[in-house]
Design a protein around this ligand. Structure first.
Ligand SMILES: O=P(O)(O)OC[C@H]1O[C@H](O)[C@H](O)[C@@H](O)[C@@H]1O
Length: 293
């Protein structure tokens, strides 16, 4: 793409955000009046081709983690799909102080990006999915991000997706995430073991990597920052909750050893058994909406 690593600033009287064309990636967001960003970015944000941006709102598409189909992981690379390492097309006409609209088309992808679910069953000859993806960002005193994927081809396909938001917290060990009490989840730190959330709130006393079956609203309580963040969503059967519980490779700047304590990921997802299947002509919208209460 000729526009490389263009960054867009959305500034208005109700809030501010920054978005990168690379990955259509919201880098940060803060409602007016808040002392700290709500959507977290690390002390160093590295923009490099074929490298995923850390922090913000990575778009996970069209597979989650290494991909999943027919009951098993697919070992696909890059982790979380190619959506976050492609430069999306900004709609310059509609871009404004509080709105950005991006698109990504299968026609613009690079060799190797598709087909994306090449399981043994489907084989290498599986038809190449044809899709059109829209991504809308509205940033005022609420941040709303919406990924809509349409099947523009003649064959049905399935995809996984997540809006992998990093929330800024005072200290991960001190915050509580409410809204998942009683929900079933797969514990990714323990081979996706099936579990039930017995405590009404999720706390982070060690590595947490869970795929909850939940379409509900979350509240992230942070006494240290003196705020509660409401996290609503639509078109999403699952909520992924993640913090590595320790320094995490190159996820954050290695020189800032404690950065993993500054965020919690709460992701609106459709992955694994909840992958979305689109018949020709169908589309699906996945949305997350965030506000400080
Ligand atoms: O390092 P990344 O590819 O950005 O992935 C970061 C994390 O994303 C998700 O939350 C997954 O559930 C985790 O298993 C993964 O480690």
């Amino acid at each position: 793409m000729s526009n490389g690593f263009a960054l867009r600033n959305l500034n208005n009287r109700l809030g501010s955000a920054a978005v990168s064309d690379y990955g259509a990636h919201v880098l940060r967001w803060r409602p007016a009046g808040e002392a700290e960003d709500v959507v977290w970015s690390p002390s160093s944000v590295i923009l490099a081709s074929n490298k995923a941006i850390v922090g913000g709102v990575p778009i996970v598409f069209p597979w989650f983690g290494p991909g999943f189909a027919n009951g098993h992981g697919l070992g696909k690379k890059p982790n979380h799909g190619f959506g976050r390492i492609r430069t999306w097309q900004l709609d310059a006409e509609s871009f404004s102080h509080d709105y950005a609209h991006y698109t990504l088309d299968s026609a613009d992808l690079e060799p190797g990006d598709v087909p994306w679910l090449e399981s043994a069953e489907e084989g290498a000859d599986a038809p190449t999915p044809q899709f059109h993806a829209d991504y809308e960002v509205r940033a005022t005193d609420t941040l709303t991000v919406t990924l809509t994927v349409a099947n523009t081809g003649a064959t049905a396909f399935s995809y996984e997706a997540a809006l992998h938001t990093y929330f800024h917290v005072s200290d991960v060990a001190q915050v509580r995430l409410a809204g998942l009490g009683g929900a079933h989840y797969a514990d990714a730190t323990d081979g996706f073991k099936p579990c039930v959330q017995s405590d009404p709130e999720v706390s982070f006393t060690g590595p947490v990597d869970r795929v909850y079956e939940s379409d509900g609203v979350l509240e992230l309580h942070d006494a240290g920052l003196n705020r509660t963040v409401r996290i609503a969503k639509s078109g999403s059967a699952q909520t992924v909750v993640w913090n590595p519980g320790k320094p995490y490779g190159t996820l954050v700047n290695d020189k800032v050893a404690g950065e993993w304590r500054e965020f919690v990921c709460a992701e609106a997802a459709n992955c694994r058994e909840y992958a979305v299947t689109l018949a020709p002509g169908e589309s699906h919208a996945l949305s997350q909406s965030i506000a400080v209460l």
